[in-house]
Design a protein around this ligand. Structure first.
Ligand SMILES: NC(=O)c1ccc[n+]([C@@H]2O[C@H](COP(=O)([O-])OP(=O)(O)OC[C@H]3O[C@@H](n4cnc5c(N)ncnc54)[C@H](OP(=O)(O)O)[C@@H]3O)[C@@H](O)[C@H]2O)c1
Length: 194
């Protein structure tokens, strides 16, 4: 299973403030919906709450929390990123999307095979940031620059980046099945997850 990360980042690496996004860019929202449609979306509990605690339709919603009794209808709840990826893989998806926020991106970045990146061309005050990363580790496979217009406050760039090979793109169904149902982690899956 390919592990992808999808994020919109300002020039100064901000991604959010007061548990909200920093911009309203309809084309970015379309890019997000088209990219993640029918796929698992994996998020931290705070990001889920930032969406009015409503699951995204047409996608398997997986929320990560340390709380043992947290539950919401229409959402799969797990207690770690590893369990989230194992659940997605055990359902035989070819790709899963890490959709934020800052804490989850920080843990997931070393695992990401692909990054769907929106670069917002502005310096914006935020309280949540994307982790430091080495963009040169990724190859650019798509780059689409857009100028601000009546509906888009900022210039922005939609990019697809592919890992140059450091991260393994594949978690097998069998590895994920044993990890999720029996708590047994194969050496191969452990290599991928850590
Ligand atoms: N620009 C973008 O593309 C984008 C995308 C998504 C979100 N955002 C923004 O990012 C901000 C939210 O990000 P955030 O960093 O504050 O929160 P977050 O990453 O969405 O969620 C953090 C929560 O996830 C759970 N968690 C984190 N690590 C865990 C672990 N190792 N094991 C188990 N549970 C774990 C904890 O939940 P519990 O406290 O319940 O245990 C933690 O409080 C918002 O402003 C949102 O709008 C921006």
């Amino acid at each position: 299973m390919i592990v992808s990360l999808i994020v919109a980042i300002s020039t100064n690496n901000a991604i959010g403030k007061n548990n909200q996004l920093l911009w309203h860019l309809p084309n970015d929202m379309k890019f997000f919906k088209n990219s993640t449609w029918a796929m698992p979306v994996i998020m931290g509990r705070k990001t889920f709450e930032s969406m009015n605690s409503k699951p995204l339709n047409g996608r398997l919603n997986i929320v990560i929390t340390r709380q043992k009794d947290w539950a919401i209808e229409g959402v799969e709840v797990v207690n770690s990123l590893e369990a989230a990826l194992a659940l997605a893989a055990a359902n035989d998806y070819r790709e899963s999307f890490i959709i934020g926020g800052g804490e989850i991106y920080r843990d997931a970045l070393p695992l990401a095979h692909k990054i769907y990146l929106t670069r917002v061309d502005a310096t914006i005050d935020g309280d949540t940031f994307f982790p430091e990363w080495d963009e040169s580790q990724y190859s650019l496979t798509h780059n689409d620059y857009h100028f601000a217009d009546a509906k888009h406050q900022y210039n922005y760039c939609l990019r697809n980046l592919q890992d140059n090979g450091t991260n393994s793109p594949f978690i097998s169904f069998t590895d994920a099945f044993f990890h999720y149902w029996f708590g047994i982690t194969s050496p191969k899956l452990a290599d991928h997850l850590h």
